[in-house]
Design a protein around this ligand. Structure first.
Ligand code: EPU
Length: 346
Protein backbone atom coordinates (compact mmCIF):
# COMPACT_ATOMS: atom_id res chain seq x y z
CA UNK A 1 0.00 0.00 0.00
CA UNK A 2 1.32 3.38 -1.06
CA UNK A 3 1.19 6.43 1.19
CA UNK A 4 1.14 9.62 -0.87
CA UNK A 5 1.94 13.14 0.24
CA UNK A 6 0.16 16.40 -0.47
CA UNK A 7 -2.79 14.91 -2.36
CA UNK A 8 -5.59 17.13 -3.65
CA UNK A 9 -8.98 16.12 -2.23
CA UNK A 10 -11.33 18.42 -4.11
CA UNK A 11 -12.21 15.96 -6.88
CA UNK A 12 -12.89 13.23 -4.34
CA UNK A 13 -15.85 15.16 -2.93
CA UNK A 14 -19.22 15.86 -4.52
CA UNK A 15 -19.04 19.51 -3.34
CA UNK A 16 -15.84 19.85 -5.44
CA UNK A 17 -14.31 21.84 -2.62
CA UNK A 18 -11.29 21.22 -0.41
CA UNK A 19 -7.52 21.53 -0.13
CA UNK A 20 -4.87 18.83 0.13
CA UNK A 21 -4.30 15.90 2.43
CA UNK A 22 -0.89 15.97 4.13
CA UNK A 23 -0.82 12.17 3.70
CA UNK A 24 -3.17 9.99 1.66
CA UNK A 25 -3.70 6.29 1.03
CA UNK A 26 -6.34 4.13 -0.65
CA UNK A 27 -7.11 0.88 1.22
CA UNK A 28 -8.28 -2.25 -0.60
CA UNK A 29 -8.17 -4.85 2.17
CA UNK A 30 -8.45 -5.23 5.93
CA UNK A 31 -4.65 -5.55 6.03
CA UNK A 32 -4.19 -2.26 4.21
CA UNK A 33 -6.52 -0.56 6.66
CA UNK A 34 -4.69 -1.89 9.71
CA UNK A 35 -1.40 -0.73 8.20
CA UNK A 36 -2.80 2.73 7.45
CA UNK A 37 -4.06 3.24 11.00
CA UNK A 38 -0.70 2.02 12.36
CA UNK A 39 1.09 4.56 10.15
CA UNK A 40 -1.12 7.35 11.53
CA UNK A 41 -0.55 6.28 15.12
CA UNK A 42 3.22 5.85 14.76
CA UNK A 43 3.52 9.30 13.24
CA UNK A 44 1.09 10.93 15.65
CA UNK A 45 -1.25 11.91 12.84
CA UNK A 46 -4.96 12.43 12.90
CA UNK A 47 -6.77 10.37 10.32
CA UNK A 48 -9.96 10.77 8.36
CA UNK A 49 -11.80 8.03 6.48
CA UNK A 50 -13.15 9.08 3.10
CA UNK A 51 -15.89 7.15 1.29
CA UNK A 52 -17.73 8.68 -1.65
CA UNK A 53 -17.12 12.21 -0.36
CA UNK A 54 -20.80 13.01 -0.71
CA UNK A 55 -21.64 14.20 2.80
CA UNK A 56 -18.61 16.28 3.72
CA UNK A 57 -17.24 19.78 3.34
CA UNK A 58 -13.44 19.83 3.38
CA UNK A 59 -11.50 22.95 4.39
CA UNK A 60 -9.65 24.83 1.64
CA UNK A 61 -6.59 24.46 3.87
CA UNK A 62 -6.97 20.73 3.49
CA UNK A 63 -6.44 18.08 6.14
CA UNK A 64 -3.40 17.86 8.42
CA UNK A 65 -2.94 14.15 8.87
CA UNK A 66 -3.74 10.97 6.93
CA UNK A 67 -6.77 10.62 4.68
CA UNK A 68 -7.72 6.96 4.28
CA UNK A 69 -9.81 6.36 1.17
CA UNK A 70 -11.98 3.28 1.56
CA UNK A 71 -11.73 1.15 -1.60
CA UNK A 72 -12.54 -2.36 -0.35
CA UNK A 73 -14.80 -4.07 -2.90
CA UNK A 74 -16.97 -7.17 -3.02
CA UNK A 75 -20.59 -8.35 -2.70
CA UNK A 76 -21.40 -11.82 -1.39
CA UNK A 77 -24.91 -13.33 -1.51
CA UNK A 78 -25.93 -16.05 0.97
CA UNK A 79 -29.40 -17.49 0.42
CA UNK A 80 -31.25 -18.44 3.57
CA UNK A 81 -34.90 -19.44 3.05
CA UNK A 82 -37.19 -16.49 2.36
CA UNK A 83 -34.42 -14.07 3.18
CA UNK A 84 -31.05 -13.44 1.70
CA UNK A 85 -28.02 -12.27 3.58
CA UNK A 86 -25.79 -9.99 1.56
CA UNK A 87 -22.34 -9.04 2.81
CA UNK A 88 -20.96 -5.95 1.14
CA UNK A 89 -17.54 -4.37 1.47
CA UNK A 90 -17.46 -0.74 2.56
CA UNK A 91 -15.98 0.69 -0.66
CA UNK A 92 -18.81 -0.47 -2.94
CA UNK A 93 -20.87 2.31 -4.49
CA UNK A 94 -24.23 2.47 -2.69
CA UNK A 95 -26.48 2.84 -5.70
CA UNK A 96 -24.69 0.15 -7.77
CA UNK A 97 -25.36 -2.19 -4.88
CA UNK A 98 -29.06 -1.18 -4.66
CA UNK A 99 -29.39 -1.68 -8.42
CA UNK A 100 -27.91 -5.17 -8.11
CA UNK A 101 -30.24 -6.30 -5.28
CA UNK A 102 -33.32 -4.92 -7.03
CA UNK A 103 -32.30 -6.85 -10.18
CA UNK A 104 -32.16 -10.00 -8.07
CA UNK A 105 -35.67 -9.32 -6.74
CA UNK A 106 -34.57 -8.56 -3.18
CA UNK A 107 -36.72 -6.13 -1.15
CA UNK A 108 -35.73 -3.56 1.46
CA UNK A 109 -33.45 -0.99 -0.12
CA UNK A 110 -35.40 0.17 -3.20
CA UNK A 111 -36.58 3.43 -1.55
CA UNK A 112 -32.94 4.30 -0.92
CA UNK A 113 -32.11 4.32 -4.64
CA UNK A 114 -29.77 6.94 -6.09
CA UNK A 115 -28.39 8.14 -2.75
CA UNK A 116 -24.78 9.09 -3.45
CA UNK A 117 -21.92 7.59 -1.45
CA UNK A 118 -20.51 4.24 -0.45
CA UNK A 119 -21.94 1.23 1.39
CA UNK A 120 -19.61 1.86 4.34
CA UNK A 121 -21.01 5.35 4.82
CA UNK A 122 -24.64 4.24 4.82
CA UNK A 123 -24.82 3.00 8.46
CA UNK A 124 -22.82 5.97 9.80
CA UNK A 125 -25.69 8.39 9.41
CA UNK A 126 -28.38 5.72 8.98
CA UNK A 127 -29.29 6.99 5.52
CA UNK A 128 -32.97 7.39 4.86
CA UNK A 129 -35.38 8.47 2.16
CA UNK A 130 -39.02 8.00 1.09
CA UNK A 131 -40.09 6.36 4.32
CA UNK A 132 -37.20 3.85 4.59
CA UNK A 133 -34.09 3.83 6.68
CA UNK A 134 -31.09 1.59 6.10
CA UNK A 135 -31.12 0.37 9.74
CA UNK A 136 -34.20 -1.73 8.96
CA UNK A 137 -32.24 -3.92 6.52
CA UNK A 138 -28.97 -4.23 8.41
CA UNK A 139 -28.11 -7.38 10.33
CA UNK A 140 -24.61 -6.42 11.46
CA UNK A 141 -21.71 -4.11 10.72
CA UNK A 142 -18.07 -5.18 10.71
CA UNK A 143 -15.60 -2.56 11.89
CA UNK A 144 -11.96 -1.98 12.72
CA UNK A 145 -11.65 -0.72 16.29
CA UNK A 146 -8.83 1.83 16.05
CA UNK A 147 -8.19 1.91 19.81
CA UNK A 148 -7.98 -1.84 20.38
CA UNK A 149 -6.54 -2.34 16.87
CA UNK A 150 -8.83 -5.28 16.15
CA UNK A 151 -11.78 -6.18 13.93
CA UNK A 152 -15.19 -6.79 15.49
CA UNK A 153 -18.87 -7.15 14.56
CA UNK A 154 -21.69 -4.94 15.81
CA UNK A 155 -25.15 -6.48 15.77
CA UNK A 156 -27.94 -4.15 14.68
CA UNK A 157 -29.01 -3.12 18.18
CA UNK A 158 -25.40 -2.37 19.16
CA UNK A 159 -25.14 0.21 16.37
CA UNK A 160 -27.46 2.61 18.27
CA UNK A 161 -29.26 3.66 15.11
CA UNK A 162 -31.37 6.81 15.27
CA UNK A 163 -32.57 9.41 12.78
CA UNK A 164 -29.38 10.22 10.80
CA UNK A 165 -27.23 8.91 13.62
CA UNK A 166 -25.43 5.83 14.96
CA UNK A 167 -22.61 4.82 17.28
CA UNK A 168 -20.25 5.19 14.30
CA UNK A 169 -21.10 8.86 14.03
CA UNK A 170 -21.13 9.52 17.78
CA UNK A 171 -17.74 7.83 18.29
CA UNK A 172 -16.30 9.40 15.19
CA UNK A 173 -13.10 7.64 14.03
CA UNK A 174 -13.11 5.05 16.80
CA UNK A 175 -14.68 2.45 14.51
CA UNK A 176 -14.00 2.20 10.79
CA UNK A 177 -16.66 0.27 8.90
CA UNK A 178 -15.20 -2.44 6.64
CA UNK A 179 -18.34 -4.32 5.60
CA UNK A 180 -22.07 -4.41 6.17
CA UNK A 181 -24.31 -7.50 6.35
CA UNK A 182 -27.83 -6.84 5.06
CA UNK A 183 -30.86 -9.08 5.36
CA UNK A 184 -33.21 -8.64 2.40
CA UNK A 185 -36.51 -10.30 1.61
CA UNK A 186 -37.14 -12.46 -1.45
CA UNK A 187 -40.90 -12.01 -1.45
CA UNK A 188 -41.27 -8.71 0.28
CA UNK A 189 -43.68 -5.85 -0.10
CA UNK A 190 -42.97 -2.42 -1.44
CA UNK A 191 -43.53 0.62 0.78
CA UNK A 192 -45.08 3.51 -1.10
CA UNK A 193 -46.70 5.34 1.83
CA UNK A 194 -44.45 8.39 1.43
CA UNK A 195 -46.39 11.27 -0.13
CA UNK A 196 -44.21 11.70 -3.21
CA UNK A 197 -44.37 7.99 -4.05
CA UNK A 198 -48.13 7.80 -3.51
CA UNK A 199 -48.66 10.74 -5.85
CA UNK A 200 -46.29 9.31 -8.45
CA UNK A 201 -48.16 6.01 -8.72
CA UNK A 202 -51.60 7.59 -8.47
CA UNK A 203 -50.81 9.68 -11.53
CA UNK A 204 -49.84 6.50 -13.38
CA UNK A 205 -52.92 4.62 -12.15
CA UNK A 206 -50.54 1.99 -10.88
CA UNK A 207 -51.88 0.59 -7.60
CA UNK A 208 -49.55 -2.38 -7.30
CA UNK A 209 -46.09 -1.25 -8.38
CA UNK A 210 -43.32 -3.82 -8.61
CA UNK A 211 -39.96 -3.62 -6.89
CA UNK A 212 -38.30 -2.33 -10.08
CA UNK A 213 -41.04 0.24 -10.59
CA UNK A 214 -40.50 1.59 -7.08
CA UNK A 215 -36.76 1.95 -7.72
CA UNK A 216 -37.50 3.72 -11.01
CA UNK A 217 -40.02 6.04 -9.29
CA UNK A 218 -37.54 7.02 -6.58
CA UNK A 219 -34.91 7.70 -9.24
CA UNK A 220 -37.26 9.86 -11.22
CA UNK A 221 -38.48 11.84 -8.15
CA UNK A 222 -34.93 12.40 -6.92
CA UNK A 223 -33.73 13.42 -10.37
CA UNK A 224 -36.29 16.21 -10.51
CA UNK A 225 -35.85 17.41 -6.91
CA UNK A 226 -32.16 17.01 -6.29
CA UNK A 227 -29.17 18.19 -8.30
CA UNK A 228 -27.04 15.68 -10.20
CA UNK A 229 -23.83 15.43 -8.18
CA UNK A 230 -21.88 14.75 -11.37
CA UNK A 231 -22.84 18.17 -12.70
CA UNK A 232 -23.39 20.45 -9.70
CA UNK A 233 -21.20 20.71 -6.61
CA UNK A 234 -23.33 19.72 -3.63
CA UNK A 235 -23.54 17.36 -0.68
CA UNK A 236 -27.33 16.85 -0.82
CA UNK A 237 -29.37 17.87 2.21
CA UNK A 238 -27.04 20.14 4.14
CA UNK A 239 -29.09 20.13 7.36
CA UNK A 240 -31.09 17.51 9.20
CA UNK A 241 -34.82 17.91 9.46
CA UNK A 242 -35.70 19.43 12.84
CA UNK A 243 -36.77 17.21 15.73
CA UNK A 244 -38.88 19.26 18.14
CA UNK A 245 -41.42 18.78 20.94
CA UNK A 246 -45.17 18.45 20.26
CA UNK A 247 -46.09 21.82 21.76
CA UNK A 248 -43.49 23.74 19.75
CA UNK A 249 -44.68 21.95 16.60
CA UNK A 250 -48.28 22.81 17.46
CA UNK A 251 -47.41 26.52 17.87
CA UNK A 252 -45.64 26.52 14.50
CA UNK A 253 -48.55 24.74 12.81
CA UNK A 254 -50.90 27.46 14.09
CA UNK A 255 -48.72 30.08 12.43
CA UNK A 256 -47.84 28.05 9.32
CA UNK A 257 -50.66 25.67 8.52
CA UNK A 258 -48.88 24.02 5.57
CA UNK A 259 -45.90 22.85 7.62
CA UNK A 260 -45.38 19.07 7.12
CA UNK A 261 -44.99 17.20 10.42
CA UNK A 262 -43.89 13.55 10.58
CA UNK A 263 -43.44 11.08 13.42
CA UNK A 264 -39.84 10.49 14.46
CA UNK A 265 -38.90 7.15 12.93
CA UNK A 266 -37.73 5.86 16.29
CA UNK A 267 -39.82 3.64 18.54
CA UNK A 268 -38.38 5.11 21.75
CA UNK A 269 -39.25 8.71 20.94
CA UNK A 270 -42.87 9.68 21.57
CA UNK A 271 -42.02 13.10 22.95
CA UNK A 272 -40.95 14.64 19.67
CA UNK A 273 -41.92 15.04 16.03
CA UNK A 274 -39.91 15.74 12.89
CA UNK A 275 -40.76 18.90 10.97
CA UNK A 276 -39.74 19.57 7.39
CA UNK A 277 -36.86 21.99 7.34
CA UNK A 278 -37.01 22.24 3.54
CA UNK A 279 -40.54 23.61 3.90
CA UNK A 280 -39.47 26.10 6.60
CA UNK A 281 -36.51 27.28 4.53
CA UNK A 282 -38.75 27.67 1.51
CA UNK A 283 -42.03 29.05 2.91
CA UNK A 284 -40.95 30.73 6.14
CA UNK A 285 -37.46 31.99 5.28
CA UNK A 286 -37.70 32.41 1.50
CA UNK A 287 -34.50 30.49 0.87
CA UNK A 288 -35.40 28.20 -2.05
CA UNK A 289 -33.18 29.07 -5.02
CA UNK A 290 -31.48 31.87 -3.04
CA UNK A 291 -27.86 32.67 -3.74
CA UNK A 292 -25.05 34.58 -2.17
CA UNK A 293 -21.80 34.89 -4.10
CA UNK A 294 -20.83 31.40 -5.21
CA UNK A 295 -23.15 29.62 -2.81
CA UNK A 296 -26.87 28.96 -3.01
CA UNK A 297 -29.80 26.74 -2.17
CA UNK A 298 -31.06 24.47 -4.95
CA UNK A 299 -34.01 25.71 -6.99
CA UNK A 300 -36.13 22.60 -6.34
CA UNK A 301 -35.08 21.75 -2.79
CA UNK A 302 -34.15 24.45 -0.28
CA UNK A 303 -32.36 22.03 2.06
CA UNK A 304 -29.68 21.40 -0.52
CA UNK A 305 -26.76 23.84 -0.66
CA UNK A 306 -24.95 24.15 -3.97
CA UNK A 307 -21.54 25.33 -5.09
CA UNK A 308 -22.39 27.62 -7.99
CA UNK A 309 -18.83 28.00 -9.20
CA UNK A 310 -15.69 28.33 -7.22
CA UNK A 311 -17.17 28.50 -3.75
CA UNK A 312 -14.79 28.08 -0.85
CA UNK A 313 -15.55 25.94 2.18
CA UNK A 314 -15.61 29.14 4.22
CA UNK A 315 -18.30 30.69 2.03
CA UNK A 316 -20.46 27.58 2.32
CA UNK A 317 -20.06 27.46 6.09
CA UNK A 318 -20.85 31.16 6.45
CA UNK A 319 -23.97 30.78 4.32
CA UNK A 320 -25.00 27.76 6.40
CA UNK A 321 -24.54 29.82 9.56
CA UNK A 322 -26.65 32.61 8.14
CA UNK A 323 -29.41 30.08 7.41
CA UNK A 324 -29.16 28.69 10.96
CA UNK A 325 -29.48 32.20 12.40
CA UNK A 326 -32.51 33.10 10.26
CA UNK A 327 -34.30 29.83 11.11
CA UNK A 328 -33.63 30.45 14.81
CA UNK A 329 -34.98 34.00 14.60
CA UNK A 330 -38.12 33.00 12.76
CA UNK A 331 -38.98 29.68 14.41
CA UNK A 332 -36.82 29.41 17.56
CA UNK A 333 -35.51 26.08 16.21
CA UNK A 334 -31.81 25.24 16.48
CA UNK A 335 -30.98 23.32 13.32
CA UNK A 336 -28.01 21.02 12.83
CA UNK A 337 -25.80 20.24 9.88
CA UNK A 338 -26.10 16.80 8.34
CA UNK A 339 -22.93 17.44 6.36
CA UNK A 340 -19.70 16.89 8.25
CA UNK A 341 -17.00 19.59 8.30
CA UNK A 342 -13.46 18.26 7.74
CA UNK A 343 -10.34 20.23 8.67
CA UNK A 344 -10.32 23.83 9.86
CA UNK A 345 -13.00 26.03 8.33
CA UNK A 346 -13.34 29.48 9.86
N1 EPU B 1 -40.54 21.30 0.39
C1 EPU B 1 -40.69 22.64 0.23
N2 EPU B 1 -39.70 23.34 -0.38
C2 EPU B 1 -38.56 22.74 -0.82
C3 EPU B 1 -38.42 21.35 -0.69
C4 EPU B 1 -39.42 20.63 -0.06
O1 EPU B 1 -41.70 23.22 0.63
O2 EPU B 1 -37.69 23.44 -1.34
C5 EPU B 1 -41.59 20.53 1.09
C6 EPU B 1 -42.12 19.39 0.24
O3 EPU B 1 -43.18 19.83 -0.54
C7 EPU B 1 -42.53 18.38 1.28
C8 EPU B 1 -41.56 18.60 2.42
O4 EPU B 1 -41.00 19.90 2.21
O5 EPU B 1 -43.83 18.65 1.76
C9 EPU B 1 -40.48 17.54 2.49
O6 EPU B 1 -39.69 17.55 1.33
P1 EPU B 1 -39.01 16.24 0.70
O7 EPU B 1 -40.00 15.15 0.64
O8 EPU B 1 -38.30 16.65 -0.52
O9 EPU B 1 -37.98 15.70 1.70
P2 EPU B 1 -37.07 16.34 2.87
O10 EPU B 1 -37.80 16.12 4.15
O11 EPU B 1 -36.64 17.69 2.54
C10 EPU B 1 -35.78 14.17 3.43
C11 EPU B 1 -34.36 13.72 3.50
C12 EPU B 1 -33.83 13.40 2.12
C13 EPU B 1 -34.72 12.37 1.49
C14 EPU B 1 -36.15 12.90 1.43
C15 EPU B 1 -37.11 11.89 0.88
C16 EPU B 1 -33.25 14.78 5.40
C17 EPU B 1 -32.36 15.86 5.85
N3 EPU B 1 -33.54 14.76 4.10
O12 EPU B 1 -35.79 15.40 2.78
O13 EPU B 1 -32.55 12.88 2.25
O14 EPU B 1 -34.27 12.04 0.20
O15 EPU B 1 -36.57 13.23 2.77
O16 EPU B 1 -37.41 10.94 1.85
O17 EPU B 1 -33.67 13.97 6.18
C18 EPU B 1 -30.27 13.38 2.32
O18 EPU B 1 -30.31 12.87 3.45
O19 EPU B 1 -29.21 13.86 1.81
C19 EPU B 1 -31.50 13.45 1.60
C20 EPU B 1 -31.59 14.01 0.41
Amino acid sequence: MKIEKDKSLKEMTTFKIGGRAQFFCAVQSENDLEEAVKFAKENNLQFFVLGGGSNILISDKGFEGLVIKMEMKGIEFQENGAEEKVIVKAGEDWDNFVEEVVKRGLYGLENLSLIPGTVGAAPVQNIGAYGSEVKDSIESVRVFDTEKMEFRDFRNFECKFEYRNSIFKIKNNLFIIVSVAFVLKQNGQVNIDYKDLQEFFLLKNNFKPSLTEVREAVISIRTVKLPDVRKIGTAGSFFKNAIIGHSQAHDLKVRYSGLPIYPVNDSDDNENVKVSLAWILDHVCGYRGASKGNVGTYKNQALVLVNNGNATAEEIKQFAHEIKRVVKEKTAIDIEEEVQYVGEIS
